[in-house]
Design a protein around this ligand. Structure first.
Ligand code: ZN
Ligand code: ZN
Length: 410
């Protein structure tokens, strides 16, 4: 076996053991691009090794997805097949594990009708609501990871030959996931513990406000809702097992109060959105709502993205990522949110993770009243920098430094 083949096997084991923490007797659903069937097989083998009851696979293909958006009958974008809903509902009800493997060409949807994308987002958001709620409240373990495809690798490293680009992207992904040839699960354990330490600190301080400032121009105050909590690294499923929903991950996150963000947010890294790279953009925010948008490149696409529904122009996530994290230090723009969001402190416009104590028992109205933003979209964008300062304000008005020079103080 080549060195890379060994590392891929170790990565697949990491996904099953740490990403999902798959338990004996549990079913596993894998969603995987057909070009990465070899990696799906490695994951399935690791799953059966761990006592998996049954592995079910849903294949994806960039070219077929694109073809559908370009050529299918217009009516299909407003409908989700009932067997698709059944698949998700039945498996999530029994507590199955869900693995999604990504390798999309970031440009595969370039030029498709944005209205078709929007409508299909809306219809699947509606039809799969129960399933998505189960996932977002961690009823079942789930994990999102990525492996290279030739198209994705070529987009990230256009200066290399496709084979070299693929190898380089593997190297970056494995490094970001701490897969080093033998100790991946332990390395991930240590890393997750470090994230948990930061999560605990943020929860103990229970800040009322966060104030951000850097030379790029970000100058914003973020109110955190009453009862909010910070998450990151690992979550706990309803069955009581910890798992890592994102591989890799660096972030410690919560939600802002829907109407509590004020000031200016300036992006420090480009954003890849449906095949277009948006650059040099900033938002002016008043009482939580984006009231002004500017982008040097891709402004129209960005304006469309924050207008898909009312909640799209409000925020759903604040996330803290140290500037010295490996993805940040690699300097690579992965053109994939799973990696790029872990390169930098970020916000997301759109839907909030309901990081409010007791959220799983609250109705949509109650959540809204608590400051949880609702939307069909959720888009992360990066605002971190080497000089970013974040200061927390406690409930009794005390100021505590949280970030200095782009990294955690504590
Ligand atoms: Zn995030
Ligand atoms: Zn996000």
């Amino acid at each position: 076996m080549t060195e890379l083949a060994k590392l891929k096997r170790e990565y697949a084991e990491l996904v099953i053991k740490s990403g999902l923490n798959l338990q004996p007797g549990q079913r596993l659903s894998i969603t995987c691009p057909v070009v990465n069937a070899d990696f799906a097989r490695l994951c399935a083998a690791a799953a059966y090794e761990a006592g998996c009851k049954e592995v079910l696979v849903r294949w994806r293909d960039d070219a077929l997805t694109r073809m559908k958006y370009l050529r299918a009958d217009d009516a299909v974008f407003d409908k989700v097949h009932s067997w698709e809903v059944d698949y998700c509902d039945i498996l999530s009800e029994e507590g199955a594990a869900f693995l999604t493997i990504h390798s999309e060409d970031p440009e595969s949807l370039r030029g498709v009708d944005p209205d078709r994308l929007r409508r299909s987002q809306i219809s699947s958001g509606r039809a799969l609501r129960t399933f998505r709620e189960r996932l977002s409240t961690f009823q079942c373990p789930w994990c999102v990871c990525a492996v290279p495809s030739l198209a994705w690798a070529a987009a990230v490293f256009p200066e290399l030959s496709v084979r070299e680009a693929e190898e380089r992207l593997w190297k970056e992904i494995l490094a970001a996931c701490r897969v080093d040839g033998g100790n991946a699960v332990q390395n991930w354990r240590n890393h997750a513990d470090e994230i948990r330490r930061h999560v605990r600190m943020m929860n103990e301080y229970n800040f009322k406000l966060l104030k951000y400032k850097n030379a790029a121009g970000t100058d914003v105050t973020v109110e955190l809702p009453e009862g909010h909590f910070w998450g990151g690294g690992e979550e706990r499923s309803a069955a009581g097992f910890t798992f890592s929903p994102n591989l890799p991950t660096e972030e410690v996150f919560t939600l802002p109060h829907r109407t509590g963000v004020n000031g200016m947010l300036v992006a420090t890294r480009p954003l890849s959105l449906n095949g277009t790279v948006i650059e040099g953009f900033r938002f002016t925010v008043k009482d939580g709502k984006i009231v002004e948008v500017h982008a040097d490149k891709g402004e129209k696409i960005l304006r469309d993205a924050i207008s898909v529904d009312e909640g799209a122009s409000y925020f759903g996530e604040v996330a803290l990522v140290p500037y010295d994290s490996p993805i940040s230090q690699s300097g690579v723009l992965f053109l994939n949110t799973l990696f790029d969001e872990n390169a930098s402190c970020h916000f997301a416009f759109g839907r909030a993770y309901p990081c409010i104590a007791g959220a799983e028992k609250m109705s949509e109205e109650e959540l809204k009243a608590r400051g949880v933003n609702m939307s069909i979209t959720h888009v992360d964008f990066m605002i971190g920098s080497a000089d970013l300062e974040i200061t927390g304000v406690t409930q009794d008005g005390r100021e505590v430094p949280v970030f200095r020079n782009g990294n955690f103080v504590f």
